[in-house]
Design a protein around this ligand. Structure first.
Ligand SMILES: [Zn+2]
Length: 282
C-alpha cells in the first residue's frame, strides 16, 4: 500500500450542497469526529483516534461516510502558519494502519487549506465555508474556491541497470531519493518529467511511463510516480536544487531498501519514492 492511500471513505459529493443531509449527518448516532490539534493527528494505541461527533460542532467539515456513518473533521488551535512535518509525526503515521494515515492526510490538507484561504482570490473579501467543507464561497463577488491539489512528478530515471538518485541538503544524512518537481502550468506529465530531470541533473530523458500516484498532505500535493528512460548518463547537477546525485546499481538499491548500510539510505516506506524504487528493483 502506498502511503496516504487506502481510505475506504465514501466522499458523498451529492450531500455537500444539501443542508438537510448535513444536519442529518451531524446527529447520526454513529457519526464521528477527527480533531486535529495544530494539524497534528490524535493518536491512541498507534491508531488514529476518532471521537463521537458533537452535534454542536456544526463548523466541522464533513469528510464523508466511513463504514456507513458520517466522519467529520475539525482543526483546534490550527495556526495560520502550518507546522512542517516532524520526524515524530512521520514515525507515528508509519506505525498506524494505512487507512488512519490516509484519513489524516485528507483532513490535514482540507483544514490547512481553509486556514490559508480565508479571503477571496478574486476580490479580496472574506470567504466562508461552503459545500460541507469542500469549498469556500465569496459573498461579495460570488466566486467559489475549491481545495487545491498541486501535481508533482516524481521519477525513477533509469539508464541501463542503474537508477538516478539525488539528495537535498535538508534531508537526513545519507538519504537519497528519486528526483521530483512541480508540474508547471501548460505542461504534460511527460514534459514535466523531462524538464525537471534536465534542470536538476542535466540528463535528457526519452520515454516516460506512469506507474502510480500518492496524495501528499504537506500541504496538498499529488505525487505522480513515473519511470523514465535516460538518453545518456552524463550528470550536470544543479547545486541550487540538489546537493548530490549519482547512478545507483540495482544491488545498491536493493541493499538500501532492505535497510542494509551501504552507499545510501532509502526513502521511507510511506513515500512513493520508496514504492517506485521497489518496483524498479524488482
Ligand atoms: Zn470575491
Amino acid at each position: 500500500m502506498i502511503g496516504f492511500t487506502g481510505a475506504t471513505l465514501e466522499r458523498v459529493d451529492h450531500e455537500r450542497d444539501d443542508p438537510a443531509a448535513f444536519a442529518r449527518a451531524l446527529t447520526h448516532p454513529g457519526a464521528r469526529l477527527l480533531v486535529l490539534h495544530g494539524l497534528e493527528p490524535p493518536i491512541a494505541d498507534d491508531r488514529l483516534a476518532l471521537v463521537p461527533m458533537d452535534p454542536k460542532r456544526g463548523d466541522a467539515l464533513l469528510l464523508g461516510n466511513l463504514g456507513g456513518a458520517p466522519l467529520f473533521a475539525i482543526g483546534d488551535g490550527v495556526a495560520t502558519a502550518p507546522a512542517m512535518r516532524s520526524p515524530t509525526l512521520m514515525t507515528a503515521l508509519a506505525a498506524m494502519p494505512a487507512e488512519g494515515a490516509a484519513l489524516y492526510g485528507i483532513a490535514r490538507s482540507l483544514i490547512d487549506w481553509h486556514v490559508r484561504h480565508g479571503f477571496c482570490a478574486n476580490c479580496g473579501q472574506a470567504t466562508s465555508v461552503s459545500r460541507a467543507g469542500w469549498a469556500r464561497a465569496c459573498g461579495n463577488c460570488t466566486a467559489q474556491h475549491f481545495p487545491r491539489t498541486d501535481p508533482v512528478v516524481i521519477m525513477a530515471v533509469e539508464q541501463g541497470d542503474r537508477v538516478l538518485l539525488g539528495r537535498q541538503p535538508s534531508w537526513p544524512p545519507g538519504r537519497y531519493s528519486t528526483l521530483a518537481g512541480f508540474v508547471e502550468v501548460g505542461e504534460s506529465i511527460e514534459e514535466a518529467v523531462r524538464r525537471e530531470v534536465l534542470e536538476e541533473a542535466g540528463v535528457r530523458v526519452g520515454a516516460v511511463r506512469y506507474v502510480a500516484s500518492q496524495p501528499w498532505p504537506f500541504p496538498s500535493q499529488l505525487m505522480i510516480g513515473c519511470v523514465a528512460i535516460a538518453e545518456d548518463d552524463q550528470l550536470r547537477i544543479d547545486t541550487a536544487e540538489l546537493e548530490d546525485a549519482f547512478w545507483a546499481t540495482r544491488d545498491e538499491v536493493r541493499a538500501a531498501l532492505a535497510g542494509e548500510s551501504g552507499r545510501f539510505v532509502a526513502p521511507p516506506a510511506y513515500a512513493i519514492a520508496h514504492s517506485l524504487l521497489v518496483a524498479w528493483a524488482e
